[in-house]
Design a protein around this ligand. Sequence first.
Ligand SMILES: [Zn+2]
Length: 61
Amino acid sequence: MYCPKCLKSIQDERVKEISDELRHTVGNRLLEQGMCPVCGTELVNTAKAADVAHGAPRGAS
Ligand SMILES: [Zn+2]
């Protein structure tokens, strides 16, 4: 996951770990909702972006 505002990325395998920690320590649920815990901007899913770059565009309506 990547925040386009903070220019920071969070490794996908750590998102759950970090969001759990934030929820327990400061009650911050933003990351759980796919948003940057710092600025609240919607995070870009880098895994999904990579997927799109790899595969041919299919199922476009
Ligand atoms: Zn941010």
